[in-house]
Design a protein around this ligand. Structure first.
Ligand SMILES: [Zn+2]
Length: 130
């Protein structure tokens, strides 16, 4: 038997514009997506009422990170004024930002296991750290 791991996830959806710098194709033109961000968090020990973390608390935390992008041009929002706005780099950004907030809120009991970013229904990027 391995170590039991509990994992939950929360979605955050935002609508925004972006352009992929240096793409050389149509993605370099300004266009929009309804991005779906799915943050997966895990714990080997549940809290005192049997949760990894309250879905509402996780929703608030993910929204704190993601709401800055809603109805904006992602290319104008740091760090994406200098980084490219690919799904991969957005996934890394959400991973790092939600990890820092979760570490402060849960003292290391709960960690982000991975972040998924959909640009559309069929296009998914995943970021995790080994
Ligand atoms: Zn795009």
């Amino acid at each position: 038997m391995g170590v039991p791991v509990f994992e939950i996830s929360k979605d955050f959806v935002f609508s925004a514009a972006h352009q992929i710098r240096l793409h050389g194709g149509k993605c370099e033109r300004l266009h929009g997506h309804n991005w779906r961000i799915r943050v997966h968090v895990r714990a080997t020990q549940l809290n005192r009422i049997g949760m990894v973390v309250d879905f509402a608390d996780l929703q608030r935390l993910v929204a704190e990170v993601g709401s800055r992008f809603d109805h904006q041009n992602v290319n104008e929002i740091p760090p994406f004024d200098t980084e490219n706005t690919t799904a991969e780099l957005l996934a890394r950004f959400f991973y790092l930002e939600t990890s820092a907030r979760l570490a402060a809120a849960e003292a290391g009991r709960v960690t982000v296991s991975k972040v998924e970013v959909w640009e559309n229904e069929g296009s998914l990027a995943v970021y995790r750290e080994g």
